[in-house]
Design a protein around this ligand. Structure first.
Ligand code: GLA
Ligand code: ZN
Length: 609
């Protein structure tokens, strides 16, 4: 029990049920907040996330602050026993600020496929993470929030900014990138070697020559990703500084999105007390990925739980109804809200929160689902489903802080994904990282076997099975950790496109899959990428595993390999490499290392393994 308490996401011993609440948009309509608090009781709402995007209400003019609306909400929360997740407002800067300090606006990068230009102060999430002016403005308002509400009994957690993203290409950011590179490589010679800049005569002879990201230097693209993710994290740390100083006991979170490519959530999670994220599963989706949606969102939940080593996370946003931003925003069928909410809890969320509680009357999200609809009362289906779920969650308070240990680990490495995506070729299919992850996650999901996700630098101790789907980039020491795992009796499974390059995208010389060649006992000689409508097939030739027999359809990638110490379990049946191994097993110490050389067209091979 004590362990569970330590694992709780906040001091409140209950499942959170609440979400984004924006009375700062309603200050001109008297009576709204009174009505909201009446409805909260009926909806079993026990948490409010406030202050997200509220900067123009909190600081309507430079250095003129008005906390009256927040004071009122905090007081009401205390009286009614609600937890407050208090946001810092940096996700959207006020117009007066963008006008007075144009340098704080984000510079669109050429990598975004558009002409470079300063953000025109539209939308949100459009600030420069490097700008000292913006950092100072955030420091001032965050300090005021922490001083004013830091000791308030309802304060449960800091919600720092909102859905951080990355990618400013202004002069300040470019200069910061150069400094980052100098620190990383020490000398231009080291950088030139790591980036293979002899190619197309790209050798740098001074740091100032490093300008826009050059897609013909994939190692630079990856370093720029590392920098962009790290620079936004550095901005987060600057935002968090006054909060940590003034309120050391209040946990910090920053809400994430799925497996958002621009941010390496492993490095972010190290700096957060609580991982939280925003899930909008389109369970009505009719595209070819529709069947993947349920495991897909389970996978994202498990990824979030894994980011902090199994500690519960928080479903910070979800919609009790449709969204407004999909092509087709279908209603949730009766019961679907309960289903997807309890799915999150089952995978480790200690609460179900919404975007948003009261639906706005204007703005681009006025048709997004909310707990309180435009009609403003409790007499509608969405409201009833929300309040029923709130009642369900109350029965689950006792499991807050609980952990589910897993014996299966799947490597989900952002840096490797960046690198594969940055490479010209080999084929577009291989680049659907989440699809490749899902192919290996889904069989376990179907069997109800818990899965952890791991980074390429994670400790593998304690896992029985570790899977590396298309782990293109291998980090220093990864192969040694795999050898130890297998030697001690574990199973390692790697696929095509694993073990191709080192951490600066230099392809391993001396035979692929590089440092994993020994433990896998194979040599990859050539990789064939077949057309979308083509298929090959794999025939099991050795019934080594119970239930693994017959043939399996293959698509997209066929790695032509040769066994060294491994045994052939299955072979290709078509093309000039018919009869060559497509599935191998290498006994190594007390364990085994498997290599799946081709992508299964329908997942059945993986279900059987
Ligand atoms: C994101 C944002 C919210 C809102 C929702 C709409 O998750 O954080 O502010 O825009 O999307 O689905
Ligand atoms: Zn910038």
């Amino acid at each position: 029990m004590a362990e569970a308490e330590n694992n709780r996401i906040s001091k409140f011993p209950f499942m959170f049920h609440g979400g984004d609440y924006n009375p700062d948009q309603w200050t001109h309509i008297p009576g709204t907040v009174d009505e909201d608090f009446r409805l909260f009781e009926l909806a079993n709402i026990n948490e409010l996330s406030v202050g997200i995007f509220a900067w123009s209400a909190l600081e309507p003019e430079e250095d003129k602050f008005d906390f009256s609306y927040l004071d009122d909400i905090m007081e009401r929360a205390e009286k009614t026993g609600k937890a407050i997740i208090l946001a810092t407002p940096s996700g959207a800067k006020p117009n007066w600020m963008a006008e007075k300090y144009p340098e704080i606006r984000r510079m669109r990068s050429p990598g975004q496929g558009l002409a470079p230009m300063r953000d025109e102060q539209q939308l949100r999430h459009n600030h420069c993470p490097t700008s000292p002016v913006y950092r100072e403005k955030c420091r001032i308002i965050n300090t005021k929030l922490a001083e004013r509400y830091g000791k308030h009994p309802s304060l449960a957690m800091w919600h720092v900014s909102n859905e951080y993203n990355a990618g400013c290409d202004c002069d300040l950011c470019r200069e910061a990138f150069r400094e980052w590179l100098q620190k990383k490589y020490g000398s231009l010679q080291a950088l030139n070697e790591a980036w293979w800049t002899g190619f197309w005569s790209h050798r740098y002879s001074s740091w100032s020559q490093i300008m826009a990201v050059d897609p013909s230097i994939p190692a630079m693209v990856v370093d720029r990703h590392r920098f962009d993710s790290g620079q936004m994290l550095n901005f987060f740390l600057a935002e968090a500084e006054p909060l940590k100083e003034i309120t050391p006991d209040i946990p910090l979170t920053a809400n994430m999105m799925e497996a958002f490519e621009p941010l390496d959530y492993w490095s972010w999670a190290r700096e957060l007390d609580v991982v939280s994220w925003d899930a909008y599963p389109p369970y009505h989706d009719r595209s070819d990925t529709a069947t993947y949606m349920a495991p897909r969102f389970s996978m994202f939940h498990d990824l979030k739980r894994s980011l902090k080593n199994g500690k519960p996370f928080l479903l910070m946003e979800s919609s009790p109804g449709p969204t407004n931003w999909m092509e087709i925003n279908r209603l949730l069928r009766p019961g679907q809200h309960r289903l997807k909410s309890l799915q999150a809890v089952a995978h480790g969320s200690d609460g179900v929160c919404y975007f948003q509680i009261r639906k706005g009357r204007g703005g681009s999200e006025k048709f997004h689902g909310a707990v309180i609809d435009h009609i403003g009362n409790e007499d509608n289906r969405m409201f009833r489903e929300v309040s029923e779920l709130g009642a369900d969650l109350k029965k689950l308070d006792a499991i807050t802080g609980a952990k589910t240990p897993a014996k299966v680990g799947i490597i989900y490495d952002w840096e490797s994904r960046w690198m594969l995506d940055a490479s010209n070729g080999p084929s577009k299919f291989s680049k659907d990282h989440d699809r490749a992850m899902l192919a290996h996650y889904t069989p376990f999901w179907k069997m109800g076997i818990p899965v952890d996700f791991l980074n390429g630098d994670s400790d593998l101790d304690g896992y029985s099975i570790v899977i590396a789907p298309q782990l293109y980039m291998l980090r220093e020491g990864f192969a040694e950790r795999v050898e130890k795992l297998v030697n001690d009796g574990g199973k390692f499974i790697a696929t095509y496109l694993t073990g191709i390059a080192n951490e600066t995208d230099l392809v391993f010389s001396g035979g692929l899959p590089g440092p994993l060649r020994k433990v896998l006992g194979i040599l990859s000689e050539e990789i064939d990428y077949i057309y979308e409508d083509e298929r090959n097939s794999l025939k099991i030739t050795d019934n080594a595993v119970k239930g693994l027999e017959g043939s399996f359809t293959l698509a997209n990638v066929c790695d032509v390999i040769r066994t060294e110490t491994a045994e052939t379990i299955g072979v290709y049946t078509k093309d000039f490499y018919a009869g060559h191994p497509a599935l191998t097993r290498n006994r190594f110490g007390k364990g085994e290392a498997w290599y799946i050389a081709a992508a299964s067209a329908d997942g059945t091979l993986l279900d059987s393994l």
